[in-house]
Design a protein around this ligand. Structure first.
Ligand code: FAD
Length: 386
């Protein structure tokens, strides 16, 4: 019998990466009886990143994992998503959220720190199932099993490998050849600071200020509106650093957005030196890599995209839920791979395309296709047990 179809707990599943997608993947597969080990390159949990949106389609997966209350309690439910002209401040489009999101999309819309989301997902994974300090270096196919080689010289065996190792996926480069993600020509200044820094300026819960090639997204990171967050995007011809982000020069940032509405200028002026980082936005050509045989890719490893719809984490969590449904329905990971890819391709293609265009909600928009989507009941072979 093929090891990838051995009944439930005998299939050894290795998940590479304990990020957003990998933790959810491990929790979901364990719930349907699989023997899962997560291998993470970092020595311990690192709550990286700035603010993040948990759109209703993402919240459905958190609800299924029973961690939605924690993020709801900690994060902020914006009353609306305002889209304003960067210079005049004119409202181009406003999407009511808060209670409206529950009614219209079937789940809330929440903004919070990415680290809070990550920690909530971490809590769904049994401690003994994560091996820290294990940076995957290579994979060797040995008959029906796969041997994993780690940078520290250790090895492990698995029947199935699920790559949730993000933008610079090692597994992807093993399968497809080494191809670095490319710098998109855009950078994001990202910063947060306590509300006192706003010096009395009223800011709406969630606003995207649309310029021509630049924009600023601003929102609160917590229910009590204590911490304010912004991401200010602009073009930049090169990224001369090896790092994903570097400490930002706040004078450079303020100069780049000096033509923006006075409220935005005040928001950026409130950021103390040292509190802002400049992030490079990397991407890959829109060629999804779902994997082959007993190696399956999810999240940014499969389909990295520009963050302009704030759907990267949402897509990783939807992938984890859909792959679990496919495994449950097919009873075999190799058949599940095709079912999973078929169920995801069209949606990922659309989200990838609209994200790249950076047009989502610039004017009158019906976001039902994104936010109203329920990965737990959309077409696929099996429903997950509650
Ligand atoms: P990750 O969460 O990146 O996890 C990958 C994991 O794999 C990491 O823990 C890493 O350490 C580990 N790893 C990597 N290589 C190895 C290896 N060789 N061996 C072992 N472990 C390894 N998304 C949203 O939904 N909403 C937002 O508002 C949003 N805002 C964003 C803003 C910006 C500026 C950017 C850049 C991104 C934003 N995203 C947002 C995107 C989101 O953070 C990612 O898309 C999401 O985390 C992808 O999940 P993942 O599991 O695929 O990868």
């Amino acid at each position: 019998m093929n090891t990838a179809s051995r009944s439930g707990d005998r299939v050894r599943v290795a998940v590479i990466g304990a990020g957003i997608g990998g933790t959810a993947m491990a929790a979901l597969l364990r719930r349907i009886g699989h023997n899962v080990t997560v291998y993470e390159q970092y020595e311990r949990f690192v709550p990286a990143g700035g603010g993040i949106h948990l759109s209703p389609n993402l919240m459905r997966v958190l609800r299924h994992l029973d961690v939605h209350r924690h993020v709801l309690f900690t994060g902020q439910e914006p009353g609306a998503f305002l889209n304003r002209d960067a210079v005049s401040g004119e409202t181009l489009y406003g999407l009511p959220l808060g209670e409206c999101a529950h009614r219209r999309f079937g789940a809330p819309f929440v903004a919070l720190r990415r680290g809070v989301l990550h920690l909530a997902l971490m809590s769904t994974v049994a401690r003994d199932s994560v091996q820290w300090g294990k940076r995957l270096a290579g994979l060797d196919w040995r008959g029906d099993s796969i041997e994993l080689a780690f940078a520290d010289g250790s090895r492990a065996a698995a029947d199935v490998v699920i790559a949730a190792d993000g933008l610079r996926s090692r597994v992807r480069s093993i399968l497809c050849g080494h191809e670095q993600p490319v710098f998109s020509g855009q950078v994001a200044f990202r910063g947060s600071y306590p509300r006192e820094g706003l010096k009395g300026l009223h800011v709406d819960d969630l606003t995207k200020w649309w310029g021509d090639e630049t924009f600023v997204l601003s929102y609160w990171l917590d229910r009590a509106r204590r911490d304010f967050y912004f991401a200010a995007m602009m073009p930049q011809s090169t990224w001369p650093s090896e790092a994903s982000f570097v400490p930002a020069d706040v004078d450079e940032m303020r100069a780049a957005f000096r033509h923006f509405h006075p409220d935005v200028r005040r928001m950026l002026a409130g950021a103390p030196p040292g509190s802002v980082a400049k992030w490079a936005l990397f991407e890959r050509p829109p060629r999804f890599e779902f994997g082959t045989g007993r190696v399956i890719l999810i999240g940014d490893a499969c389909h990295p995209m520009r963050p302009f719809m704030s759907q990267g984490a949402a897509m990783a969590l939807e992938d984890a839920a859909m792959l679990t449904r496919a495994v449950l329905g097919e009873g075999d990971f190799m058949r599940a791979l095709q079912t999973f890819a078929d169920a995801r391709r069209e949606r990922l293609t659309r989200v990838h395309r609209v994200s790249a265009a950076n047009t989502f909600m610039r004017g009158e928009t019906d976001p039902q296709w994104v936010f109203g989507y329920d990965v737990l009941s959309a077409d696929a072979s099996a429903r997950l047990p509650a």
